[in-house]
Design a protein around this ligand. Structure first.
Ligand SMILES: Cc1cc2nc3c(=O)[nH]c(=O)nc-3n(C[C@H](O)[C@H](O)[C@H](O)COP(=O)(O)O)c2cc1C
Length: 160
């Protein structure tokens, strides 16, 4: 037996997650945040979800829109993940900070150029689960970016 017992609060960091930017638009304001808790929940129709803390500005903006973007980051896009995952749209325009001119998907949802793939989702259900909200969205538009390996988040760090 080669296990050692884990602190349960840290146990789930052993799931390997994708790293995505969840993006939203409210009128002229665009914002996005890094999210690792993102997954598919249905094939037909194609539905995914993202888990968002109510402390995030993205969460506030999500209340005022019917659509959101999911851009799956690739290896080499760590800085994008870092800035979108540490700064808040409350006081920083992260797209400007990084010099990113967003690609506009349906409904003018801002997407991250050169990501492995990017989707526009129509918000469906929201459920309060513990200290986060799971936001479910139907994928209504999808783009494939350059061939690149996806960036992964494992044991609280990038796994490359
Ligand atoms: C690798 C990484 C993964 C993250 N995953 C999530 C997540 O799944 N859900 C979440 O609410 N916050 C997550 N965060 C934290 C948010 O991205 C961070 O708090 C961000 O600054 C929020 O920005 P906002 O205030 O503009 O919405 C993650 C951060 C990093 C660096």
């Amino acid at each position: 037996m080669s296990y050692e017992q884990l602190d349960v609060s840290k146990a789930l960091s052993h799931f390997s997650h994708p790293v995505a930017i969840i993006s939203v638009r409210n009128g002229d304001e665009v914002n996005g945040m890094t999210a690792a808790w993102v997954a598919q929940t249905s094939i037909d129709p194609p539905i995914g979800y993202v888990s968002i803390s109510p402390l995030r500005h993205t969460w506030d903006m999500m209340q005022k829109t019917e659509h959101f973007g999911v851009s799956v980051l690739g290896e080499g896009q760590e800085r994008i993940a870092e800035i979108f995952g540490t700064k808040s749209g409350r006081d920083t325009n992260k797209f400007n900070t990084l010099g990113i001119d967003p690609y506009l998907g349906q409904e003018d949802v801002p997407l991250i150029p050169e990501s492995v793939a990017a989707f526009v989702c129509r918000k469906m259900h929201t459920a309060e689960i513990g200290d986060h909200f799971a936001v479910f969205g139907e994928v209504i538009e999808a783009w494939k970016g350059p061939e690149n390996k996806p960036l992964k988040w494992f044991r609280s760090k990038f796994d490359i």
